[in-house]
Design a binder for this molecule. Sequence first.
Ligand code: TA6
Length: 439
Amino acid sequence: MSLQIEMVSWAQQSATLASLRRAVFIEEQGVPEALEWDGLDAAATHFIALEDGNAIGCARLLADGHIGRMAVLPAWRGKGAGRALLNAVLHAARQQYLSWLYLNAQTHAAGFYARFGFQPVGAEFPDADIPHLRMELVMEYHIDTLNQQFAIAGQLKFVDAEAGVPVVEITTPHATARIAVQGAQVLEWQPSGQQPVLWVSRAAVYQLGKGVRGGVPVCWPWFGAGEAGKPAHGFVRTRMWEVRETGRGMADSVFIRFGMKDDESTRALWDYAFDLELIVTVGAALKMELVTRNTGIAAFEISEGLHTYFRVGNIRQTRVLGLENTEYLDKVLDFVRDTQIGAVGFSGETDRVYVNTTTDCVIDDTELHRKIRVAKSGSTSTVVWNPWTEKEKGFADMAAGEYQEMLCVETVNAGDVRVTVAAGAAHSLAAFVSLEPGV
Ligand code: TA6
């Protein structure tokens, strides 16, 4: 058998899908036409099982987590097509960040679904004169599941903060933080008694599958514009990451470890096997470590970055120290190479990749009377970015004038730098953010 599962839309494959369902539900099981064609197909995600290119089964997933229309042609039953279809549906449900799934199983198939963790709910009921059982599955992204597995009493909990995107809230004696599970994106780090150190736009869009403007987007496995048709800054910042571990660290800190592995959708964008982790440690400092593991058989090259948005009082009263006399590629001037003279000041759009820099940067914010230190390891370039007025207008998720209160100092391997990770090897990039004492 060369079984393939294709995820399709009704618009793409309605004829094939209708033919399969007519054969199984209407002709074989006698389901009335009016029940079968319920008007929900156009908005649903559909799945087709193909054996040597011939359609032999189907399923559909509705946006509310309702799985249905699971059908396999008689000659192909008991050969793994149903299992492959349901696995594809569950994978899509995770990618749609659905935290709870349900289905009305024909009672004879309840055991099949139970093997995937579906639990029967309520009594058996007839549907088109066929006995059915409602079955439900709470997904790993449900905050109840996340809290059961990873919450730390009084210090770490998951909340459904934005549009169904789970956010982890961390409280320690030294600082609080918020991190979206989608993109493993740190949204906030606020040392006790201080203003928030990170910036998030007031117009930020919290939407499943869309990155939030602010905090610390993870840019991987490429930084900047991708190849044609591929997302800028890579594909991991808009996907749900696994939560792998939480715990207490040194000096009253709390950490959380997120992870992501390759799958068919990542390989369609970047054809390599990987395991990626982001370990965030919240305490008197904020530590973010991005660990790339090459789990494949061939070396691969990446560019990457922790695209950190800092809150500043007034960009015009802010400077970046630590990059003096280093060379940079000036994106505003088509990547012309130049050398930094003195501290970096801001009087217009600034978008620079400082190359060959391993030193700490210090954001000197005279308005907020504070200095933010950005130390790093495993990174040889630093990006400094402020969109200023014109570019700000191009961002629907930035409110007018917000450019004045934000500044990106990004811990990256980008520009003319690529990191080669050999098969079986690992590479770590880390940023350490802290407030200078006595400010
Ligand atoms: O890091 C600077 C930069 O590459 C800018 O050129 C700008 O594109 C910014 O990132 C924001 O990118 P995004 O894809 O998040 O809108």
